[in-house]
Design a protein around this ligand. Structure first.
Ligand SMILES: Cc1cc2nc3c(=O)[nH]c(=O)nc-3n(C[C@H](O)[C@H](O)[C@H](O)COP(=O)(O)OP(=O)(O)OC[C@H]3O[C@@H](n4cnc5c(N)ncnc54)[C@H](O)[C@@H]3O)c2cc1C
Length: 380
């Protein structure tokens, strides 16, 4: 049984979020890119719509929807404003997902529920200045002292932390067989010694929140351990698999926005007495853009579908993230080309799509890392 139709529920979610994206999210996107203002009001409304815990169980305040629905919402938000898209994607797939996957019942009620209701944003602190692609370089430590962990270290590039009440971070909790033992620990952001610094100057995704974290003798109870001690690496690899579907969906959204604008402009702009869309070279560019977007969306939905079936999806998640992020850059660049000089101007928005899309080839595993993952999973 092969079926490419969305279910009734998925179609309903798509219609609702599409209208919201067009009417509420898109109008302020240029301004937010300029002012770097976090889309607080947009997320207030997304909370009211029940979107903040969409794929999590109703028991924790979630929407009980599937991963395809999450991908649809992420795509549509990113089509309107990629800063809103990454905030949402990280909230769900980096913030909520590890709690949902590895948390105890008590942790889920305490930490996942406020994420589902939108009371807290979800965030995840893995990357450090010396631990990016090679997370084995983690230097943050969590030492047991009585009934507590005492955490020292720092994290870089962490999405949403300024708006999170708590987040899971990775830290070295010991050594085993000469190897670092890394664990994930839930830390309240108002804990003494915890500082969130929000002063990066970024290339794009300007309205999203990207922060540095400093942990100076931060004390949390031992029961804040997420999952099992020493399993932090495996847990974050599983978390990132799901996150890659979010990045793939974001990329499809940005590419779709760039394509829509390029198609519209090509029908309006006249040179040599003809619209650009009458030139075969423009038609071929648009045909290639449309084809790549369709292929990328299919791959995102396939990875999401496999995840929903409880089947292995790591390879497909990497493939959809890699392919969608690379075609998003290509499509955004072609959209600028089709706009000519106007494409270079902020007013036409296509230059923002290219700046925003670039992060997708870097975050949650660079394109090089995705190729390494896929190569391993195809048996190289
Ligand atoms: C806006 C933004 C938001 C982010 N949000 C989060 C977040 O919420 N949480 C979080 O934990 N992290 C987050 N990150 C961090 C992100 O995941 C890392 O930047 C990314 O994994 C790459 O790590 P790095 O920047 O240290 O680059 P490096 O690992 O130093 O890589 C530099 C280059 O070397 C290449 N390279 C590295 N190793 C190899 C190899 N073995 N073979 C071939 N090439 C290699 C890479 O592909 C890359 O091209 C965010 C980053 C940004 C920019």
């Amino acid at each position: 049984m092969l079926n490419f139709d969305l279910t009734e529920e998925q179609q309903m979610i798509k219609k609702m979020i599409r209208e919201f994206a067009d009417e509420v999210v898109a109008p302020g996107a240029i301004d937010r890119d300029r002012t770097k203002e976090f889309p607080v009001e947009v997320f207030k409304q997304l909370s009211e719509m029940g979107m903040m815990g969409l794929p999590f169980s109703e028991e924790y305040g979630g929407g009980g929807a599937d991963t395809i629905s999450f991908a649809i919402v992420t795509e549509e938000l990113s089509r309107a404003c990629a800063s809103t898209g990454i905030t949402y994607s990280a909230h769900i797939s980096l913030g909520g997902a590890p709690l949902n996957l590895f948390g105890t019942e008590e942790q889920k009620h305490t930490y996942l529920t406020p994420i589902c209701t939108g009371e807290s944003f979800g965030a995840f602190g893995l990357t450090e200045s010396n631990a990016g692609s090679d997370a084995g370089g983690t230097q943050t430590t969590a030492k047991v002292d009585g009934n507590d962990y005492v955490i020292n270290g720092s994290k870089v590039f962490i999405t949403n932390a300024s708006y999170a009440k708590h987040l899971a971070i990775t830290a070295i909790t010991g050594t085993e067989g000469g190897k670092k033992e890394v664990s994930a620990i839930i830390v309240p952001t108002d804990a003494e010694g915890f500082t969130v610094i929000d002063n990066y100057e970024k290339m794009g995704l300007n309205a999203s929140n990207t922060t540095e974290l400093v942990l100076d003798n931060v004390r949390v109870p031992k029961e804040n351990l997420l999952g099992t001690q020493g399993n932090g690496f495996r847990q974050f690899l599983v978390t990132l698999d799901g996150g890659r579907i979010g990045i793939g969906a974001m990329a499809v959204g940005i590419a779709q926005a760039a394509f829509d604008r390029a198609l519209r402009y090509s029908k309006e702009r006249k040179q040599f007495g003809k619209t650009l869309s009458e030139f075969q070279i423009t038609q071929f560019k648009l045909a290639d853009m449309a084809m790549k977007i369709e292929l990328a969306r299919n791959m995102v939905h396939k990875a999401a579908w496999l995840k929903d079936q409880g089947r292995p999806f790591s390879k497909e998640a990497s493939m959809c993230k890699l392919y969608a992020s690379e075609i998003a850059m290509e499509v955004a660049s072609e959209a600028i080309q089709i706009h000519g000089g106007y494409g270079y101007m902020k007013e036409y928005e296509v230059e923002r799509y290219m700046r925003d899309a670039k992060l997708l080839e870097i975050g949650e595993g660079t394109s090089e890392v995705q190729r390494m993952v896929i190569a391993r999973l195809i048996g190289c």
